[in-house]
Ligand binder design. Structure first.
Ligand code: GUN
Length: 297
């Protein structure tokens, strides 16, 4: 079967251009630019890479941004008081605390301290609850990015069987809620599979849309995929590759080479879901800014 690659990189460039046009209009009215702040604790290499992309994207769309670095020895109290400072800072429209945090810090307590109106990652339980009830909120970046990608490629979700592998708070669980809701990119019949799921292949073989978000390289093999399925890979795994100068490369959870010929649409890694996540962060920041400045969408 001939398949189409869901090119998140190209789509993210297009959407960032659309955001930039809106920001240019705002600036033409002599209003200040939207501002995104980010807190990075320690120097986890994956977090450094995500952060670099976020700052670069802010520059492209015309936002101002700042990266607040703290040593990994920071205490939970110090980090929470930094969160409070950003909550109170009137020139910050939205901010994120990059995850993961060091083990001695309770990430849930930190996320709970973020003002939900500035929670552009959509991780605060208030935003999560609003999302689950279909109320106005900041949607979590990765699930939202996947929905936008499917929408822009004309992929229908209504009435489809969706299987999601992985039940994390930031991807699998919110995605299962969004796709099953009565809404434009919802109305699907969703199965949320996880480490205790029995006979996973029997489920994945029923999937019109298969989404993998568990973080294990080459976990989804061709024999698990229905002919013509839409296959979305949220995994970002670094594996050894001595043919590369760096000695490693990034792969998803899906065995792309073998699965692609069975699929109708498939995301690559890198260049699939990852760039879309950053775009939705930009969209949420613009939404926070408009709300704060009392501007219409
Ligand atoms: N770590 C991995 N992905 C994300 C994300 O989207 N936001 C934050 N804050 N941390 C992450």
């Amino acid at each position: 079967m001939s398949y189409k690659v869901l090119d998140g990189k190209a789509l993210s460039t297009t959407i960032k251009q659309e955001i930039k046009e809106q920001v240019d209009e705002i600036k033409a009215k002599n209003l200040r630019a939207p501002h995104l702040s980010a807190i990075l604790v320690g120097n986890n290499p994956a977090s450094e890479a995500y952060m670099g992309n976020k700052v670069k994207s802010c520059n492209i769309v015309g936002y101002t941004s700042d990266l607040i670095r703290r040593d990994e020895t920071i205490t939970q109290e110090e980090l929470i008081s930094l969160v409070h400072e950003l909550n109170d800072n009137n020139s910050v429209d939205g901010f994120i605390v990059q995850l993961p945090l060091p083990d001695h810090i309770d990430a849930d307590a930190v996320l709970l301290a973020i003002d939900p109106e500035k929670d552009v990652d959509g991780f605060h339980p208030y935003n999560f609850g609003c999302m689950a009830q279909g109320l106005e909120c900041f949607l979590p970046a990765t699930p939202h990015g996947i929905l936008i990608m499917m929408e822009r490629y004309g992929i229908e979700t209504s009435g489809k069987n969706v299987v999601i592998i992985g039940r994390s708070n930031i991807v699998g669980t919110p995605l299962s809620i969004l796709l099953s809701r009565k809404s434009k990119m919802g109305n699907a019949t969703v199965t949320l599979a996880h480490s205790r799921t029995k006979n996973l292949s029997a489920l994945t073989l029923q999937a019109d849309i298969l989404i993998s978000a568990l973080g294990k390289p080459f976990f989804v093999t061709a024999d698990m995929v229905k002919e013509g399925a839409v296959v979305i890979d949220v995994g970002i795994n670094r594996i050894d590759d001595l043919t590369r100068r760096s000695g490693s490369r990034l792969v998803g959870d899906i065995d792309f080479e073998k699965v692609a010929p069975k699929s109708s649409f498939i995301t690559p890694v890198p260049g699939g879901v990852g760039p879309m996540t950053v775009v939705t962060l930009m969209l949420n920041t613009l939404k926070a800014y408009r709300k704060k400045m009392k501007l219409k969408d």
